[in-house]
Design a protein around this ligand. Structure first.
Ligand SMILES: Nc1ncnc2c1ncn2[C@@H]1O[C@H](COP(=O)(O)OP(=O)(O)OP(=O)(O)O)[C@@H](O)[C@H]1O
Ligand SMILES: C[C@@](O)(CCOP(=O)(O)O)CC(=O)O
Length: 487
């Protein structure tokens, strides 16, 4: 049988402009994909002769205690495939986004490829590898140097979980290719570092890890299990199916609260985004309920998807970059959205005016970036920030908190910085900077953030990540050979 090992990656996102208004179908948001990606490697699990296992094993080897084993069964009355997390040895936290994605994607696959109902799913191993910028550095993080040439570069510290599972044929660690380094040599920066923490305790930088993960996991499962005649990521139809299925799974895992701009950019990359009608998903049964599988397949394959993804409306001048600053604080997006909506519902006229004004700035910003009018960026981003700050004040929500306001005002005074914003929902998450794409400006910004951090006793740093237009893509499996069972 053909080797079905596949690696798919999807980008993170930054909603540069359009937070809150994009939740309303009347409006659009300007979203950029990011160079920070989440990769998922899918491969068969090879067992010794006579040994049969029926598991799907998902691992996130950059975190402690992050191996999730699932059994699966076909539910009667067309309820689809339901997975159950298997526990053995050290208890492992559940991973709601992974589990939900498996329920939706395996149900869709079984519906599209009827043979699966009779023969079931071959056991599979899925390895999640996130680019380093998705999480803030934590001081206790343990790293060991290893090979600098390929993707699986850093060895996780030994954990009790690994001890438990070390005999299993289905748990993988990167093959140990640790080179000998002398004491004085600085270890190479690992492409996928170990964060030295559990996922629950990790400090997210707000780049949209869950949407990138759900998208790349969905694409990896579809590519691994379905023949190319049924799913081909390289075709527009393949992307449409991926987009719809990942949307449904992500919405379900999130509790149906988002506009979906993050999944759209994970699939298609940078775009001007108009959301789908929320009613689209309202009649879909839940996984396991009668009729779920066929309703899901129908919704994904056809459905009245009325979202708009306009890629041609988005561009960047060649010498301009969108960079992100990690502020290393968290933001409660859900409660902020609730407060903004409560204000909007209580003040419809004021809200309509505010949303209209914000939309015109979203359009202006898209236009000046697309048309390469670098000199006009400050005159658009400044008033956009003012309007977002005003919205926050009206709703009693810290969309641009004072601490961020002071920092961004000072940052914008630097030569080469054209504008900045607290993207998406705002708050204390990452800040975005639109700046000249050269070393000199990068040095200035880094120096500024170092001084600002010291003066204000906070931790702000410029991340490596940059705005990028690409969406989901297949990666060269050979680059991930340290994470595969074979080769
Ligand atoms: N590297 C990873 N490995 C396994 N699961 C992950 C990984 N990254 C994200 N997840 C899943 O996504 C969840 C985080 O989703 P959540 O919506 O809270 O954050 P987010 O999408 O990163 O938010 P933001 O838009 O602010 O960046 C985790 O709890 C986990 O279920
Ligand atoms: C507030 C909202 O419009 C943007 C949230 O963006 P972010 O997660 O802060 O990047 C919500 C949404 O569109 O899903």
């Amino acid at each position: 049988m053909a080797d079905r090992t596949v690696v798919v990656s999807a980008p993170g996102k930054v909603l540069l402009a359009g937070g809150y208004i994009v939740l309303d179908r009347k409006h659009t948001g300007l979203v950029f994909g990011l160079s920070a990606r989440i990769h998922v490697l899918a491969q068969e699990i090879h067992t010794s002769e006579g040994v049969h296992i029926s598991e799907i094993v998902v691992q996130s080897p950059q975190f402690l205690n992050a191996t999730w084993r699932y059994g699966y069964h076909l539910v009667d009355d067309g309820g689809g495939i339901k997975v159950t997390q298997l526990q053995s040895g050290v208890p492992v936290d559940s991973n709601h986004f992974v589990e939900t994605t498996l329920n939706y994607v395996l149900s869709y696959i079984a519906e599209m490829d009827k043979r699966r109902r009779a023969h079931g799913f071959q056991p599979a191993s899925l390895v999640i590898l996130a680019d380093n910028d998705y999480y803030s550095k934590q001081k206790q993080s343990a790293e060991r140097p290893s090979s600098s040439s390929s993707a699986g570069e850093t060895l996780p510290p030994t954990t009790s979980e690994e001890h438990v599972s070390s005999n299993s044929s289905s748990t993988i660690r990167p093959k140990d290719e640790t080179p000998s380094t002398t004491k004085t040599e600085k270890p190479p920066r690992p492409r996928f570092r170990h964060f030295g923490t559990t996922l629950r305790d990790a400090h997210k930088t707000g780049l949209g890890s869950s949407a990138a993960l759900v998208t790349s996991l969905t694409a990896a499962l579809l590519s691994h299990y379905l023949a190319p005649s049924l799913f081909d990521l390289a075709t527009p139809q393949g992307k449409r199916v991926l987009h719809n299925l990942a949307h449904v799974a992500h919405c379900s895992a999130q509790g149906k609260i988002g506009s979906g701009f993050d999944v759209a950019s994970a699939v298609y990359g940078s775009c001007l985004y108009r959301r789908f009608s929320p009613t689209l998903l309202s009649s879909l049964p839940n996984p396991g309920e009668p009729g779920f599988a066929s309703a899901l397949a129908e919704l994904v394959n056809a459905g009245k998807w009325d979202c708009e993804i306009q890629k041609e409306k988005v561009g960047l001048p060649p010498d301009v970059a969108i960079r992100m600053c990690d502020v290393d604080c968290g933001t409660q997006t859900v409660s902020m959205v609730k407060k903004v909506h409560a204000w909007r519902d209580g003040n419809p006229d004021l809200a309509a005016k505010a949303y209209h004004d914000l939309q015109s700035k979203v359009d202006d910003l898209a236009r000046v970036l697309r048309e390469g009018k670098t000199e006009e960026i400050p005159a658009v981003m400044g008033p956009f920030r003012d309007l977002m700050r005003k919205l926050g004040q009206d709703c009693g929500v810290p969309i641009e908190p004072e601490s961020q306001e002071g920092m961004l005002n000072a940052l914008e005074k630097l030569d080469g910085v054209y504008g900045s914003v607290v993207p998406g929902a705002g708050g204390y998450d990452a800040a975005a900077v639109v700046m000249k794409d050269d070393e000199e400006t990068e040095k200035k910004v880094k120096g500024f953030l170092r001084e600002w951090s010291a003066k204000h006793e906070i931790q702000v740093r410029l991340m490596r990540v940059k705005g990028e237009t690409d969406g989901v893509r297949k990666e060269d499996v050979r680059e991930f050979k340290l994470w595969t069972h074979c080769c």
